[in-house]
Ligand binder design. Structure first.
Ligand code: FES
Length: 171
């Protein structure tokens, strides 16, 4: 994953631009704005979040106003508007998951990682947050981990410990 700061100008890699072109071609002439969501997903996959500079680049590429990109990026919660850890643990905090311990799991993650919701661990490896229903209520409590959104179900404090240990071993 490439690193980028809020103010840093970004030059998108040639491979990403090539993917942009492929995506934009799916839409009718003059409707290139329709490619905005998939393009933002590509940018976030590359950098881990959407900086203002990178959103401005996308706006330039699609020939639309930057505000049009900001509006979309700030509407959808799957887009991060500030830097995240390499692994983002997203814990479902909706009713059915809460009934079987989601809040306890979130507290456990906070204590284990030593980082508050929405912040990044000192080593830059982890961040976490509560999210709304992940559509796996039957296996509650549940979390998903970005950037590839792998699901982990029927969570316990022990399984979360193992999960964090496994992620640290991947580093
Ligand atoms: S309530 Fe947690 S997955 Fe639906």
């Amino acid at each position: 994953m490439l690193k980028v700061t809020e103010t840093e100008q970004v030059e998108f890699p040639a491979a990403m631009i090539s993917e942009f072109e492929t995506i934009v071609q799916r839409y009718p002439e003059g409707k290139q704005k329709s490619a905005l969501l998939p393009l933002l997903h590509l940018v976030q996959a590359e950098y881990g979040w959407l900086s203002t500079a990178s959103m401005d680049r996308v706006a330039g590429y699609l020939d639309i106003h930057p505000i049009e990109v900001y509006e979309v990026a700030s509407f959808y919660t799957m887009f991060f508007l500030k830097p995240q850890g390499k692994f983002v643990l997203e814990v479902c905090r909706t009713g059915p998951c809460c009934l079987v311990g989601a809040e306890k799991i979130m507290k456990h993650i906070e204590v284990t990682l030593g980082v508050k919701e929405g912040e990044v661990s000192e080593d830059g490896m982890f961040s976490w947050r509560g999210v709304e229903c992940l559509a796996a209520c039957g296996m509650a409590p549940v979390l998903q981990i970005g950037p590839d959104y792998t699901f982990y179900e029927n969570l316990t404090e022990e399984s979360v410990n193992q999960l964090i240990k496994d992620l640290k071993n991947k580093i």
